[in-house]
Unconditional design. Sequence first.
Length: 355
Amino acid sequence: MEAIESRDRSMTTTQMKASGGVNGQAEENSAPEDTVVGAVERTESSDTSTPDTDYAGFARRAGAFGLDWIAPVVVIATVAAINVVLDHPLWCLIVSGLVAAATISFVLWNRVWEQGRTGSTVGKSAARIVTVDVEEETPIGWRRALSRELAHVIDTCVLMTGWFRPLWDGKRQTLADRLVKTVVVVEPSEPARDKGRLRVVAILTVVVIAGGTLVATTYFAQYRHDQQTSEARTTVQQVAAAGSTALLSYTFDTAEAQLESASTFLTGDFLDYYRKFTEQVVVPAAKEKSVTTQANVVGSSIEQVDPTSATVLVMVNQSTTTSDSPAPSASQSAVRVELEKVGGRWLISAFNPVS
């Protein structure tokens, strides 16, 4: 019996060891499996993490906005300048209307349709930024793009502060962005697309420089000249009328002082001639015959004018009395008055009666 019990105990011990060995081996075999699964899970977890969004800063946004608007503004300004220079002929107004319509259509396509469809505009493409939905980071569609453009009115109305919010806002949003739930983000750099952007910037630069040069040339070469001429027309008529009245009006007792005062309207050789003539002929005759004469300019007509010279035809009525003929005698005459601009003043350089 003892032998049988001993044998049973040894078998039980052997089975327990065998069972423990199998279980231990199973545990050892399962450990690597757990380790692999954990590693895969950790890898997948790390792969699904997304980097922080690169929001576009104020400088990039301002540059893109400028590129989108500078070219259209230059085109409109150029057309307006040409209209002013040509004095608004009908054909020019028609062409200007067509150009303005095309420019407005481009702005709507660029800022609304294209920005809604792709998130990009001409300016944003050059700056490598796009407008996307704040949560999904996908294009926003043309309706939201239009709403965003209209919402920029709020950016402007609040003392322009809405435009400058990207300077301090965490997501670099303007008030319009907040209202429409959009953000502007930086696109990854791609060499091929970067070359295309450089071409766009180069083309816009050429357009702006060419348009600006045309506007400046038109202004200084023609418009400014016309403005100066228009201003001169009024002034030369006034000076011609006032000068003619002063030269032809005096009384015998104050003729010398009056005619000397009239000489302030004169310049050049005519001034020298007038002083000699009045001193040697007019004043002595006025005193001798008690001559009193009063001139009134009744009309004038500009024959020629430019920024530095002019010719005005003046119509004068004159009434004269003398000691021999106390009753006033009336006369009418026309005088061609030539003027020059000297030191910023219009002065009479010639005074020729027209027969």
